[in-house]
Design a protein around this ligand. Structure first.
Ligand code: SF4
Length: 441
């Protein structure tokens, strides 16, 4: 027994899968929830010294595992980076107040890159000394855009005692984070945490409202934050106007029960009906329900080609593969996964490869036909891949027009998030932190 050798405790921090052609193992930072708990329980049953388990264990699971005697302690690393107040919140019984880790590996990747660690959802990490602070005189602040950057800005400023109005042109908060949450469930935890923060704050939320000059004149804000996100155009691609070709925006609307002239033109009666019923009953507003329902039915054929190998295309490929689609990703880029952090990129690309998702990097002459996508691969060989549907997951870019127009009209404006260029969740949260620091300086 290890106790006899003078060992005081055991930390079960890695469980390596072997064989079966796996391209990576679950390390001390597993992506699979509770990956090391079975090993910890087995060791705990054999020893009489404390066993410390770890690795993506949620608080309620930790409570259960310790209660059953399958571990004595659960260590949490990433969760404490995302919310250093986690222990106090759990002690108060307020698990839903804990800012959730989204398992994106920005923190770990930063260390691999030799820089200070950062957290995608907690912009204070490593920048505590720049944290926005409360000033004596509250300001009137207008936040335009209800995505993650807008919500985080509004929440922070209201906490500091400012009078905040948040306007959002659609009928709900979330912005592109809603679609990101559909493709990758941990993002939904962040979405819910942000929405909860807004609900419990003094922020005046106005939905279905465009930020017009008249509204700005009425509100007379001291400062404005513009968090209106990116614009998404369809890249110039032969065949991109065919009816089975969806843009990223089309896909978002299709999955979230929204509509547009473009989408009505491209979808059949059955799909339009299902989308309408989903929107009317509120079913498409329930992301968990949509995630589950799409395992049974989606208005997409068996063979899907995704044009675009950046974060959105890669996570979409994972989502579609899990729903039984045969997926091929094609892009001109020589490397896939732009926008994903180093560790997440390594893992997801390896997993897609293990699961048979075809990835064609460095492709050229990409074109869409009625039933296929044609291209030349990096070695100069021509290809034709069958495609029932084609999804173009690229072409998004920043849009500073509104922010610049407000500046030109004499307002004090901070432009943040994807409106300044695609920065994903970390960019949105970081932008909110910096805008709030500037406003409260
Ligand atoms: S950077 Fe990502 S993985 Fe790391 S603690 Fe923050 S949310 Fe979690």
């Amino acid at each position: 027994m290890v106790e006899a050798e003078g060992v005081d405790a055991i930390t079960v921090s890695a469980y390596h899968e072997t064989g079966q052609g796996k391209l990576h193992s679950e390390s001390n930072i597993p992506h699979i929830e509770n990956a090391h708990l079975p090993a910890a329980a087995k060791i705990r049953s054999e020893v009489n010294i404390p066993v410390i388990a770890l690795g993506r264990v949620e608080a309620h699971t930790a409570d259960r595992v310790i209660g059953k005697g399958e571990a004595d302690f659960i260590a949490m690393g990433r969760k404490l980076l995302a919310d250093p107040h986690l222990p106090n919140k759990l002690l108060r019984g307020a698990e839903d107040e804990v800012r959730p880790c989204i398992y994106c590996y920005t923190c770990v990747s930063a260390i691999y890159g030799g820089t200070h660690t950062r957290c995608a959802v907690n912009a204070d990490l490593s920048f505590e000394y720049q944290r926005p602070v409360a000033k004596a005189a509250p300001k009137r602040i207008l936040v335009i855009g209800g995505g993650p950057g807008g919500m985080e800005s509004a929440r922070r400023l209201a906490d500091l005692g400012h009078q905040v109005t948040l306007v959002e042109k659609s009928d709900r908060l979330g912005g592109t984070l809603r679609f990101a949450a559909l493709a990758y469930e941990p993002n939904e935890r962040l979405l819910n945490w942000l929405k909860r923060g807004i609900e419990e704050s003094s922020v005046d939320v106005r939905l279905n409202i465009e930020a017009t000059p008249a509204l700005v004149a009425e509100l007379k804000p001291d400062d404005i934050i513009v968090a209106t996100g990116a614009v998404r155009g369809m890249p110039d691609l032969p065949g991109s106007d065919l009816p089975h070709v969806y843009s990223g925006d089309d896909m978002r609307k299709l999955m979230l029960g929204e509509s547009s002239d473009d989408l009505r033109r491209k979808t059949g009666l059955m799909t339009r009906l299902a989308t309408k019923v989903g929107a009317m009953t509120g079913a498409t507003a329930n992301l968990d329900l949509v995630r589950k329902a799409t395992h049974a039915w989606m208005p997409l054929g068996k063979n899907i080609v995704i044009i675009g190998g950046e974060l959105v295309g890669i996570e979409l490929a994972e989502f579609l593969h899990e729903r039984g689609r045969h997926v091929t990703i094609v892009d001109e880029a020589p490397r896939f996964g732009k926008g994903l952090t180093l560790v997440r990129r390594m893992r997801i690309l390896a997993e897609l490869q293990e699961h048979g998702v075809a990835m064609q990097m460095g492709a050229s002459d990409i074109a869409v036909t009625a039933d296929a996508v044609t291209f030349t691969d990096a070695q100069g060989n021509p290809h034709q891949v069958a495609a029932d549907h084609v999804i173009v997951a690229k072409g998004a870019e920043g849009d500073m027009r509104l922010g610049e127009a407000l500046k030109a009209a004499g307002h004090k404006v901070q432009i943040i998030g994807d409106a300044t260029g695609i920065g994903y969740i970390e960019g949105a949260m970081r932008g909110a932190f910096e805008a709030c620091a500037a406003i409260t300086a």
